[in-house]
Design a protein around this ligand. Structure first.
Ligand code: ADP
Ligand code: MG
Length: 457
């Protein structure tokens, strides 16, 4: 029996990365289990879990392998404390889940989704870390008003619309978080429109929609994200109208997000669109320079890194229209600084900006990236998704996965599936490999920039 194996690993990890990174990401971790089969690492919140998973999986697994010659499955769990932000939405029928939460075991971060299960809120999305500027202040104030008195304001429904990456999901979930923290609503239901309809259709298939109705129609506040993505069948529209009416008539609250104003939603019945206009429609626009800078400072603070003001300026000037991208370059900057073991300087920030993918992520498909990558490396596309381990093909495969991640922001799992049904950890490995190569080989960076330009042209 090895005494405290995780501490042994931590001592090794500490030597491999910058002290600041270690303090930020590892100092608060502990291992619930570390065996040949499985390592469960406890972290303060899901933000840590996401970051560690994306950036340090290779390091953790590599270190465990070095120390013990084990290759366990890596699982992150949220440490159970009474810290307020670890909310999970509870429903009366979910007694099993509640029992799990009340026990001493850490909460599993990702739940296996049963039918009609709620989506849990991401603790990163709160009012207190949302930066308010001219572009979003009306939406923000309306959201706060609604969260303080759900169903009691004139803003019912509240419809927030705007381009991708400008904070719609953040605000929607922040409303839910506020309601739960301040007990202004009990039954907070957050779902993407896609989830809403797939839950409905699952009910129809089982010939029993009662569970679905109970879940959605009993909401004190129903937060429906990305309504533009819903399934446009008549039955689905009818279902949504019924849900809407029930909630509205019970003086409960509805909040909807959309990528365009309701009047421009395609394939929606007029009576649905007119309902969306009963309350308040408000836009979230692209942030101005000062807001972008404030957001960067906020994110840097959350990540516990010191970001020089000049660097803030460079990044904020570079990325004008999408906050998700703004966060993306910041993270990339930190990752590169970490790998190269270099401080965050103006020069480094400039390099990152020069090599950043210039794209509208939403418009790019993984399919297109696969094709372009195959053509660029002159290898057949079926080889890229196939099993061969020949070097030139492996490189093309890694680059394809890396670009799919950075250009589309698609979940690792989705990318893995599209690249020959591979596991998400394979995608992480591919991204790490490419990032390492990028950090060590400027020629490779040029190559990648050329390919990116072709893809996004
Ligand atoms: P959308 O749903 O509109 O596509 P998100 O809500 O997912 O956008 O926002 C993208 C990212 O940008 C998230 O990580 C979010 O936290 C961040 N973000 C957006 N607006 C702000 C803001 N005003 N202050 C802080 N972070 C923001
Ligand atoms: Mg969103």
């Amino acid at each position: 029996m090895i005494k405290d194996p995780w501490n042994q690993c931590l001592r090794k990890i500490k030597k491999k990365i910058q002290p600041q990174s270690f303090e930020t990401w590892f100092a608060q971790t502990s291992a619930k289990t570390l065996t040949r089969q499985e390592v469960i690492i406890e972290v303060p919140n899901s933000f840590f879990a996401d970051w560690l998973e994306e950036h340090y999986t290779w390091l953790i697994q590599g270190t465990i392998e070095e120390e013990f010659s084990w290759k366990p499955r890596l699982i992150f769990a949220i440490k159970k404390t009474d810290k307020s932000h670890q909310v999970r939405i509870d429903f009366p029928r979910q007694t099993e889940q509640q029992q799990v939460e009340e026990s001493d075991s850490p909460k599993p971060r990702k739940e296996i989704s049963a039918s009609s299960s709620p989506i849990s809120l991401n603790p990163r999305y709160r009012f207190d870390n949302f930066v308010v500027g001219e572009s979003n202040e009306v939406s923000f104030s309306a959201a706060q008003a609604v969260a303080e008195a759900p169903g009691q304001t004139a803003f019912n429904p509240l419809v927030l619309y705007g381009d991708v990456g400008l904070g719609k999901t953040h605000i929607l979930q922040a409303i839910g978080d506020f309601c739960l923290q301040n007990r202004t609503a009990q039954n907070v239901v957050y779902a993407t429109a896609e989830k809403f309809f797939s839950d409905y259709l699952a009910g129809v298939e089982r010939r029993d929609t009662s569970e679905f109705h109970k879940l959605y129609r009993n909401a004190d506040i129903l937060l429906v994200d990305d309504i533009q993505f819903y399934v446009k069948t008549e039955a689905c529209q009818r279902e949504f109208i019924h849900t809407f009416n029930t909630i509205y008539q019970n003086d409960k609250q509805i909040v909807i997000s959309s990528d365009r104003p309701p009047a421009l939603l395609e394939g929606f019945e007029d009576r649905l669109i007119s309902r969306f206009q009963w309350g308040l429609e408000t836009e979230i626009a692209a942030p101005d320079l000062e807001t972008r800078k404030a957001i960067l400072r906020q994110k840097a603070e959350e990540l516990a890194v010191a970001l020089p003001e000049q660097v803030v300026g460079i990044l904020a000037e570079e990325i004008e229209s999408n906050i998700r991208e703004l966060e993306g370059v910041l993270k990339r900057l930190l990752a590169v600084s970490n790998i190269k073991n270099r401080p965050i300087t103006v020069e480094l920030a400039q390099t990152i900006c020069q090599t950043r993918p210039r794209s509208k992520p939403a418009q790019l498909s993984i399919e297109r990236i696969k094709k372009a990558t195959a053509a660029f490396f002159q290898v057949p596309i079926d080889k890229i998704v196939g099993a061969t381990r020949k070097q030139e093909i492996t490189i093309a495969r890694h680059v394809g996965m890396y670009l799919s991640k950075s250009l589309t922001g698609a979940p690792l799992k989705t990318i893995g599936i599209q690249f020959g049904n591979r596991d998400h950890s394979t995608v992480i490995h591919a991204c790490r490999t490419v990032e390492k190569k990028l950090a060590g080989d400027p020629g490779f960076g040029d190559l990648l920039t050329r390919l990116e330009n072709e893809i996004t042209r």
